[in-house]
Design a protein around this ligand. Structure first.
Ligand SMILES: Nc1ncnc2c1ncn2[C@@H]1O[C@H](COP(=O)(O)OP(=O)(O)O)[C@@H](O)[C@H]1O
Ligand SMILES: [Mg+2]
Length: 734
């Protein structure tokens, strides 16, 4: 993982920063030059003051000349005023220049990140990337505003100061000049220790941020596995470790400034010592000696403070390196040169031999051919992971095919501008993302410039208006982030309203109703039936019942289309689709879920019940209890005794081993029978990803059955043996 994008101090960091400077500064050269010019009074004060003192002492005081004394004092006062007066202006100019550069960088990184492909985000932490655009640019900004200008000022003082020292007394100046490099030696020696300490602290802090992030975003999982204590303990340990590193850094910093101070005193001692000898031997005036010591003092202070500009520049350099790795990342999809606006669809959309891989060589689409005639409803169905959503990504051009093409009326999608393509499509996902703001704001995401009336009409068409009308604040009702004050069904209607707002020619539905409970699904399906009339509809779903009336259905399996046709033809063909259909049917789900039933014949599809006669099967079916659960419910916990066998009637569940997802179960899948037989413990955790309806059979009923029916016992043994063999290769089942 390339998570190393945080400004981490690196030895070459400062050079990276300095090398990047010209490119960063050129667009804002005017402001930069102004802020450098504004440094002049400060430099003049530090270097001119000693000369004025010399004049005061030698020409005025020693000679008893009050006129010169007055002039000298007046000039000193004037210089001081100028320095004080330009201070705020200089700070303002510096900040003006730095923020201009910082903003350039911020905006460039952010807009680049927005253009990167969906796949890019799979392997990165979005939070760290966001931090780069905000925090990383901030580091560059402060290095420019403070460190860079300070460095320029100190270098000017050192250069000009040394020159003046030579004019006062060359021998003395030479001695001091030769000793001056001693000042930063101590700090330099300690700087690697300092960098290492910083890097160590960052490593721990990074762990801490990740832990907090994961714990808070996946708190349902943390609770489910009872990890709160362990996470809190780890967090405490990391916090203590961080402060230990912080104290170590303070220690090293202290040693660095002590070394710098020591070096400074050494130079000063040389200046005072040699100066005293020269004054006593009358080859140096008292005023010159005073001026010399003061100038030397200025130069030393500047040399000392130079060491403090290194760290911010290194940080900025690190941030720039991070930024450049991101900026070098080419967006997977971009407008081609001379991209044209997508004209309205006349005939059809076509996928021709489309191949696609998220990871090089690992194809999840392996030559998809499909036709979507204008004004028809076409579905892509199949079990989870078959590549259905990826087909939609190709159609929406979230990514480009590795081979083959997607064509609108015979013209490759690559020819059209992304903006024009996206404006033609209305997309409803399985989960509608709600951002904080009002209901109207959330619908308007589909088309920011829409009027209130357009928003209302879209909501009416999506069947959301009736609900909104009941709210005291209507469309102005504030939604919390995540939209928890809307039900799942209402969120999906909001999603539909959002999609409809742009009057899309083509509606794209990715499991748009799959996450809903049966009643909401029914209602949302009705709203969809209403709005899909007369439009081209492309729907992806694993639930076949949703698309029985579609014009054409593509059945996908392992990245290929394995069957296609209308529902009746596919059923008649008796292939994958028919099997999937049989797996998903045979359940009568009622509005009051507990009144739902399994048809006895449906149980035949479960291997352990396959050999039982119809009479007994009806008895078994009656013993099943049907219940439902909200998303995020844990049904089975790894390590618990096994006490029920489950059939998932509708919804999606995930199977986790040691907290890692190993499988996703969907409509018609069953699990948990083996553990019932041999009294073993659950080998995995199962929790719901969406609202789920499931049937289950308790241990007592199951054991009774096994006692009475040798066929069931036999079947169980067989299944157990098969599982054990499969487990050896691919440990998945609960
Ligand atoms: N962004 C992604 N990065 C890497 N692999 C992915 C990504 N999205 C999906 N996949 C993988 O591609 C395959 C097809 O996924 P998808 O198209 O989402 O299937 P479906 O929608 O049929 O469930 C799966 O094996 C899935 O794990
Ligand atoms: Mg999908």
């Amino acid at each position: 993982m390339d998570q190393k994008i945080k400004p981490a101090p690196a030895p070459w960091g400062m050079w990276a920063f300095l090398r990047a400077l010209p490119r960063l500064l050129v667009p804002h050269l005017g402001w930069f030059l102004l802020s450098v010019i504004a440094l002049a009074p400060g430099v003049l004060m530090a270097t001119g003051m000693p000369l004025l003192l010399r004049a005061l002492v030698d020409r005025a005081l020693a000679a008893g000349n009050p006129v010169i004394a007055t002039y000298a004092l007046a000039v000193i006062a004037l210089l001081a005023l100028l320095d004080v007066g330009t201070g705020p202006v200089q700070r303002w100019l510096a900040s003006r220049m730095a923020t201009a550069v910082g903003n350039d960088l911020r905006i460039r990184i952010f807009s680049h990140l927005e253009r990167l492909s969906v796949g890019y985000y799979e392997t990165r932490q979005p939070r760290l990337l966001a931090d780069l655009a905000t925090g990383g640019a901030g580091a560059v900004e402060s290095a420019l505003e403070d460190a860079l200008l300070r460095a320029i000022k100190q270098l000017a003082i050192i250069g000009f100061g040394l020159f003046l020292l030579f004019t006062i007394e060359p021998r003395l100046a030479l001695a001091c000049g030769l000793l001056l490099p001693v000042v930063p030696v101590g700090s330099r020696l300690l700087s690697t220790a300092y960098d290492r300490a910083q890097a160590n602290r960052w490593k721990v802090m990074e762990k801490q941020i990740m832990l907090a992030d994961q714990s808070l975003t996946a708190h349902a999982m943390v609770k489910a596995f009872g990890l709160e204590e362990a996470h809190a303990a780890l967090f405490r340990r990391l916090t203590l470790e961080t402060s230990r590193h912080t104290r170590h850094i303070a220690w090293v910093e202290g040693a660095m400034s002590a070394a710098a101070a020591g070096g400074g005193y050494l130079v000063l001692a040389a200046a005072v010592g040699i100066g005293t000898v020269l004054v006593l031997s009358r080859s140096l005036t008292l005023g010159s000696m005073l001026a010399f010591v003061q100038l030397a003092f200025s130069v030393i202070r500047s040399a000392q403070s130079l060491s403090t500009v290194v760290a911010p520049m290194k940080q900025a350099g690190g941030a720039l390196q991070g930024a450049s790795t991101v900026l070098k990342e080419r967006p997977a999809v971009a407008d081609s040169t001379g991209a044209i606006s997508l004209p309205p669809l006349r005939e059809e959309i076509r996928l021709e031999g489309v191949y696609f891989a998220y990871r090089a060589g690992d194809y999840v689409l392996k030559g998809i051919d499909a036709v979507i005639p204008r004004g028809t409803k076409v579905a892509f169905v199949g079990s989870s992971g078959g590549g259905k959503s990826t087909v939609l990504k190709m159609l929406m051009r979230m990514d480009d095919p590795a081979a083959g093409r997607v064509a609108f009326d015979g013209v490759s999608l690559r020819r059209f501008s992304l903006a024009s393509l996206r404006s033609r499509l209305g997309v409803v996902f399985q989960e509608t993302v709600v951002v904080s703001g009002s209901i109207a704001d959330n619908i308007r995401i589909g088309k920011p410039e829409a009027t209130d009336e357009e928003v209302r009409l879209a909501a009416v068409a999506a069947g959301l208006d009736a609900h909104v009308a009941l709210l005291p604040d209507g469309y102005a009702t504030t939604l919390t982030e995540g939209g928890l004050n809307l039900s799942g069904g209402q969120r999906q209607r909001l999603g539909i309203a959002r999609a409809l707002l742009r009057s899309p020619e083509i509606l794209v539905l990715d499991e748009a109703t799959s996450a809903l409970d049966p009643i909401s699904e029914h209602a949302v399906t009705e709203a969809l039936d209403h709005v899909t009339r007369g439009r081209t509809v492309i729907s992806v779903t694993h639930r076949l019942a949703q698309v029985v009336d579609y014009d054409h259905i593509y059945v996908m399996e392992g990245g290929r289309v394995v069957e296609e046709g209308a529902h009746p033809d596919l059923l008649a063909a008796g292939g994958t689709y028919a099997q999937l259909w049989a797996k998903q049917s045979g359940f009568q789900v009622t509005a009051d879920v507990s009144g739902s039933r399994i048809e006895p014949r449906r149980l035949r599809q479960v291997p352990v019940f396959a050999g039982i006669g119809p009479g007994t099967l009806a008895g078994v079916a009656r013993r099943f209890q049907v219940a439902d659960a909200e998303a995020g419910t844990v049904l089975i916990t790894e390590g618990d005794p096994a006490d029920r066998f489950f059939i998932l009637i509708r919804g999606r569940m995930e199977v986790l081993k040691h907290g890692r997802q190993v499988a996703v179960l969907t409509d018609g899948d069953h699990f948990g029978e083996i553990a019932l037989l041999d009294h073993s413990l659950r080998t995995a955790t199962v929790s719901t990803l969406t609202h789920c309806v499931y049937a289950s059979l308790g241990r007592a009923d199951f054991e009774g059955l096994v006692e009475r029916l040798p066929a069931v016992r036999e079947a169980l043994r067989r299944v157990q043996a098969e599982r054990a063999a499969a487990e050896a290769q691919n440990p998945v089942h609960a």
